[in-house]
Write a new protein. Structure first.
Lengths: 302, 302
């Protein structure tokens, strides 16, 4: 029986590993698709303190090496369920079951994609899902901002202070955001609204040059010249495999400030949890706490 | 009038600066004693994700350079008070007053010192105030652990799994920790108790070799050979200058998960706040959130 199983090999997972291994716990990390998580898709990160400029892949390699220095054991497996048997937890995977005393869920989240040509190719270099992360790279440029919800409009406002022009693209003819936020967006001279519209493709040679919009009412098309596309149509947590902890309506796992979930011995860190911000910096903070809490929990069992 | 004033130039302060400057806020950082904060006293840090081994000074230089890349303006000044005038805050300092819309308090905390010869000299290389940070460096060695409170005993238990022997030094003849924690400590063969004792000096040539203990009842002295000293006699937040926000009984500032204090427009991040863990990793997570919340707050004013 392991002390601790960490589910997911992104920023939160590796940080949880560094902390728990340095606390002398017997740890196993399970990862489905390969190390790095969502952040590995970022070409340039400027806001992880300590690195002025680094790629997501490179940063995650550093995290991984550091965890391995303390003896991290990783296994490639997809977790299908976590069972709570009091002092024993069973983590079920596609390649067998593992028993442990505690689990830290670091399975992350992914942005909902548009699913249009060009999106995948330009992700991390023209297509972004996070204004806090990437707005700064588009200073003085024109960008499309897709979505009409609360987050989308807030992020568009954030963008509007930095870029030359924000072209909001929304499939309906009204926003779903809070009234006060809507009014600010309507008042901004840097924001233009493209109603009843969806993006059908993201175009360009080496970088994003335009998006093609389709009007959903009359099926007309137009091309909008932009150098960037921000997509704000939702975030999906990777938490389907676990149904024994409390989640919010979006599927994010609830935790207190010790990163304890509703089930004793199950902890969560990073993008998979209910949190006001999803960044490498916050994942790292969460995970240090989760590992410390897990260590204290395991200590309390003995 | 500035958008934002950041008080303190440690891990939290620099991270708040990176995030708020990238969000195009007009920011001023105030620092009393020079950049770096408590962490600058650490010779080797192994648990900040991204750096397998780095000194505190070097890591803080990297944070500072990164913030300066985005245009950080720093001023050397001691904050004496923060006044809340609704949409305007006044930060009073020894070298004049500053007006701003929002404040992030990143003033940190410091461990209570023993105040004995050898303590200062060996801080960061033999004398530590944090088992989570430094226990790993003392694998297989003998260490003294000073204090009898809840934290002290928990930290001693944590240490006992890694080091050869923990010599607990406590000025009274009983622990003040929770009963269950006490029982575990008494049951551990790796923990020895030195009752009614205080450390009067920490001795060694280039590294810690022993501590001198004095028995407070009979004034007798003895020398205890150890290679490290962990001091757990309290943490003091640097929050005396602000008395308009809610604090706990220890003087730490209370905040919600958005790092909002009890006063709108005043935020807190890092060691100065009520938090289960005080690490560079957690300061960084807090500060990213605080800066994002401050940006949203300032946006809401306009």
């Amino acid at each position: 029986m392991k002390d601790l199983i960490i589910i997911g090999a992104g920023p939160a997972g590796f940080t949880a590993a560094i902390y728990s291994l340095r606390a002398q716990l017997d740890v196993l990390m399970l990862e489905k698709t390969g190390p790095g998580g969502q952040i590995a898709l970022s070409d340039v990160i400027e806001n992880y303190p300590g690195y002025s400029e680094i790629s997501g892949v490179e940063l995650m390699q550093k995290f991984e090496e550091q965890a391995k220095k303390f003896g991290l054991v990783m296994e490639s497996a997809e977790v299908t369920a976590v069972e709570d048997h009091g002092e024993k937890k069973i983590v079920k995977t596609t390649s067998g079951d593992h028993e442990c005393k505690a689990v830290i869920i670091c399975s992350g989240a992914k942005p909902r994609k548009l699913g249009v040509p060009g999106e995948q190719e330009f992700t991390g270099r023209g297509v972004s899902y996070c204004a806090t992360c990437d707005a700064f790279f588009f200073k003085g440029k024109d960008v499309a901002s897709v979505g009409g919800g609360d987050t989308a409009v807030k992020e568009s406002l954030f963008l509007s202070k930095m870029v030359n022009r924000v072209e909001v693209v929304h499939r309906r003819d009204a926003l779903r955001a809070e009234k006060i936020i809507q009014e600010k967006a309507f008042a901004s001279p840097a924001i233009n609204f493209n109603w009843d519209s969806v993006v059908t493709s993201i175009n360009g040679e080496n970088s994003v040059e335009s998006v093609t919009l389709k009007n959903v009412k009359d099926d007309s098309e137009k091309e909008l010249p932009v150098q960037g596309v921000f997509v704000f149509v939702g975030i999906l947590p990777n938490t389907d495999f676990i149904n024994i902890v409390e989640k919010d309506e979006g599927g994010f796992i609830k935790a207190n400030d010790k990163m304890e979930t509703s089930v004793p011995g199950l902890f969560v860190a990073g993008d998979a949890r209910v949190t006001p911000l999803r960044q490498v910096a916050t994942a790292v903070g969460d995970a240090a706490i989760a590992a410390t809490s897990a260590e204290a929990y395991i200590e309390s069992l003995e």
